[in-house]
Design a protein around this ligand. Sequence first.
Ligand code: SF4
Ligand code: SF4
Length: 396
Amino acid sequence: MSESDVWFVNRQVGPRNSMLDKLEILWKKLGLKKAIKKDARVFIKTHFGAYGNLMYMRPALLRKIVDLVKQEGGMPILAESAGLGYGSGLYGGRTTAAEYFRMAAANGYTIGTMGAPIVLLDGYWGTDTFDVVIRGKHVKKVEVGMALRDADVIIVFTHFKGHGGTGMGGTLKNLGIGCVGKFSKTMMHGPQNPIVNAEECKGAECSKCVDVCPTRCITVDPKVEIDFSRCIHCIHCVSVCRSQADSNAITASWGGDPMGSTERMIENALGVVDGVGRDRFYYFNVALDISQTCDCAPFGPMALTPDLGIFASRDPVAIDSASIDMLNEAQPITVSACGDIEPGEDKLAITTPWPDPHTGEKTPTQCHLRQIEYAEELGIGSKKYKVRSADKRKPT
Ligand code: SF4
Ligand code: SF4
């Protein structure tokens, strides 16, 4: 595939040249000024972080995007999708719209602070989706967040960082996990979930799983049983059984097949861009506060390198490819998980290692590189890119 343009602004700032000013330069370079017509419904797909994680996307960046959409005459809508698994602790949950909006408010995202409505693309439970049929190696049907059907323009605004399961949380993950419903999220992790171990069940007096099952397909009489003909594989029961009932009566087989999970996520991404329409998508990677874990972790390890800047592109593969390469070239922060490595070494491979299923020995992940390779193989975009600086002024 041919080389794609990736616009970039660095982290050097000065008076009248803040990161918000630079975001506006990227906005113009990407063609959003022309793309947004009067009254266009512009969805801004992001992630509100988890409570306790201080490395998530800064609300002021989103507020700037909202204001730019309004400036062009469009109608901004801030969008996310329901997370997997009930949270625990104060503001911990991201499972339902009610849980997630409460958590988002604690992290600074409200209709008041953003100046725009906030929606979950896949509805209250994460089950409001439409089907896209694909011919993937693993995935045949992707359940895409229904609200995306209403979008004239979709700005995928992603915090670039590592990810424990797939090596990298970038634009491709924001598409392949962030834009799909609960069923496709779960299937990405492991198609055989949930797993019932009835002998471990604490019985009807517990029944915590029954209370959170959206399709009410669980009975506990005298031990847990699931009517799998009605199960939507949302994993709510797994989450509460472990975190609230302190039991392993319902479990999930996550984590045994990281490369398979990575490929399923990329196949989901294909379903999203093809099901919604590729011409509607515009991509940003915010490469600030880059740690090795996802923003959904309720903590945030220190950054692996100094902040890089912000990338923008029409190509979801090129933008992630460029972000990985620039991260690898950056000077590591040696007291971070990078340790004492040289610039040029693969930071995500080293800091998101996977345990061998047989020996338990951890080896550097290759999943982030597989995201890029497989996405190109599926024709989602090009891993070849040309970084074009949008910085006008010399660093101060
Ligand atoms: S939450 Fe777990 S232990 Fe409690 S009833 Fe359900 S399956 Fe049994
Ligand atoms: S039984 Fe199925 S539908 Fe019900 S909570 Fe568990 S995974 Fe979700």
